[in-house]
Write a protein that binds this ligand. Structure first.
Ligand SMILES: [Zn+2]
Length: 140
């Protein structure tokens, strides 16, 4: 569901592949072909060895909750309380996101809990990746 009033990112040449992927419900990262580092956010060179020999790779969408803060003040496009979270993807990179599909409480948001990506279209151009608690019944 779109969230009216939410400030949305503006794709740039460096991030366009990520937004195209999100629109297709694929979480795309980049991988250095020289040192194998997988990284995010998008940039045209490796953050470790500065190589420009990089390629796009699709992430599994699986992650764990690394940290979060719960905001209680209203911000356009958000209904408080809401958590702003950092998840650590199985591939290694960390990503700032929102956790959806569960109460925005410390009891429900347990550090290190497994989460999985879910995509929510905001506009024709922008689909945002969020994360929800992994279903124990979900198949790998
Ligand atoms: Zn590298």
């Amino acid at each position: 569901m779109a969230t009216p009033g939410r400030a949305l990112p503006q794709p740039t040449p460096e991030t366009q592949h990520f937004w195209d992927g999100a629109k297709a419900e694929k979480l795309l990262l980049q991988r250095c072909n020289d040192c194998s580092k997988v990284y995010f956010p998008p940039r045209p060179f490796c953050p470790v060895c500065a190589s420009r020999n990089v390629s796009v790779t699709q992430a599994s969408g699986k992650a764990k909750l690394f940290s979060y803060v719960i905001h209680h003040r209203p911000v356009p496009g958000f209904t408080p309380p809401y958590a702003i979270a950092v998840v650590e993807l199985d591939e290694g990179p960390r990503m700032m996101t929102n956790i959806v599909g569960c109460p925005q409480t410390p009891e429900a948001l347990v550090l290190d809990m497994p989460v999985e990506v879910v995509f929510e279209a905001q506009t024709d151009a922008i689909t945002l990746p969020f994360f929800r608690p992994s279903s124990p019944l979900a198949k790998g």
